[in-house]
Design a protein around this ligand. Sequence first.
Ligand SMILES: *[C@@H]1O[C@H](CO)[C@@H](O)[C@H](O)[C@H]1NC(C)=O
Ligand SMILES: *[C@@H]1O[C@H](CO)[C@@H](O)[C@H](O)[C@H]1NC(C)=O
Ligand SMILES: *[C@@H]1O[C@H](CO)[C@@H](O)[C@H](O)[C@H]1NC(C)=O
Ligand SMILES: *[C@@H]1O[C@H](CO)[C@@H](O)[C@H](O)[C@H]1NC(C)=O
Ligand SMILES: *[C@@H]1O[C@H](CO)[C@@H](O)[C@H](O)[C@H]1NC(C)=O
Length: 465
Amino acid sequence: MRSLLGLAALLASARAVVAGSLPDKIYGVNVGGWLVLEPWMLPGEWASMGGSICDDCSTCIQSEWAYTKAYGQDTANREFAQHWTTWFTQDDVNTLVADGINTVRIPLGYWIVEPLVDRTTEFYPEGGIVYLQKGVQMLANAGIQVILDHHALPGVQTAEQSFTGNCTDNVQFYTEYNYQRALVWTAVMTSLVHLDPAFNSVFAIEAVNEPTTDAAQTPNYGTFQKNFVDVVRAVELTLGIPVAGLSLGAEITTSNFTAALGQVANASTVFNPDVRAALAAAAPILVDLAVQLAVPALLDTGLGGGVDRTSLLTTFMDVNWQYDDPPNPADAAIGPQGYDNHLYYSYGGVAAANPTAYLESICNLNRVQTDAGLGDTPLWFGEWGLPTQFDATDEFLYMWADAQKRAYSQGQGWIFWNFKVEQSEAAGNLSRQWSYIEGVNLGYLTKDPADYNNASVCAPYLTSS
Ligand SMILES: *[C@@H]1O[C@H](CO)[C@@H](O)[C@H](O)[C@H]1NC(C)=O
Ligand SMILES: *[C@@H]1O[C@H](CO)[C@@H](O)[C@H](O)[C@H]1NC(C)=O
Ligand SMILES: *[C@@H]1O[C@H](CO)[C@@H](O)[C@H](O)[C@H]1NC(C)=O
Ligand SMILES: *[C@@H]1O[C@H](CO)[C@@H](O)[C@H](O)[C@H]1NC(C)=O
Ligand SMILES: *[C@@H]1O[C@H](CO)[C@@H](O)[C@H](O)[C@H]1NC(C)=O
């Protein structure tokens, strides 16, 4: 009897997480280095693939672009398939469950939607979408909530960073052509989330990871933010998911979802031409994905898993990510929205390079309150870690982990970068401060993520109440 009751409770709790939803408090990790490969996180594997690492990453084979250009499509496809299979596995998911992780943020490149890539001038491996589908299915089975993060944008959104897929100073994202490609990506992903049961635990889509911080260099980014939200909501309205205060402005006469997108693109009196063009361009891509990923509901919403009817949280980096009169993403919100801030001390510019200054800074962090004052709430910290500009003692890292978790939990919670990094001779001590799983093994991060080694860690450092 007792075990039967236990089973019923288990089933009830399993059912409760079927549709993705924002956790009351996010205890999360990034699955970085996977579908957007950042060589520094896996130096040994990258070298064995034939890549390199250098001081200026634009001058050697240190990005997916540079790799695919150097070795060609077939080699890139084969080598990356191997990486996608081995970097993030069911064993990892099991470990995350055992460590109490309730949320995962998955960095993605625009090239995972393959028809968006102009292969005459752009170089990326093919085949990632199938691995994404397998990965989100594993996470859904485990009851872990998922954020799909558009991490590497068409045209490159930030200079000189391998995480954009192409380490270059030629930043071209902030143009009509590339904004439009990002909107098509958004329409495709939103459709998959609602119609492919594998994506059931996705609750948010993040528009742009770490855009250029000077808003004077990101023209029309505010318009893009509004179009991004419109695309998500237009897809949802097309599926019959209500959006408060918004209607489709078009009649749908088919249960074939891809055809319905075409009808909305043609007829909507509500959505602007950019949004309608994105829906129109997404439709044929989804017709192909219906076959490739075996998602019959894309061609008839009555088939397969049917429609996941929970509105997605549209998500942006917070307004304070940028300076120079940035657009406020709060102005773009229609329906549920979330905000993401990232904080790393190791790159400088945050606090003096010593343990006391770090703790004084983090213990008095007021970003959650400042953002809330501007309407950017709920706010979570979608990237942070334990790295430092100085050699950190074990004693310090216990405090550093506690104090950061405490600061970020004043908001909606936190997502550590990264779930793991390579452990090898080439990687040295990298995992000690960059791997969540290793941080738990070493005890800096508590086995229950809601716990602290010392909940009073900040008491000596608070400057005001
Ligand atoms: C990618 O980087 C190369 C240099 O390696 C550069 O020539 C090219 O313009 C970049 N592409 C984009 C879209 O920025
Ligand atoms: C659904 O509509 C698309 C786009 O119009 C079309 O290509 C496809 O053949 C249709 N599929 C079915 C099963 O009707
Ligand atoms: C959209 O309009 C074009 C041009 O009038 C027409 O050819 C096409 O069939 C329409 N598509 C849908 C899905 O209604
Ligand atoms: C790794 O960390 C340990 C402990 O802090 C230290 O003794 C060792 O020198 C470090 N090794 C490298 C390669 O940084
Ligand atoms: C926890 O941290 C506070 C503040 O630094 C300190 O006074 C206290 O002794 C610590 N508790 C333990 C058990 O280490």
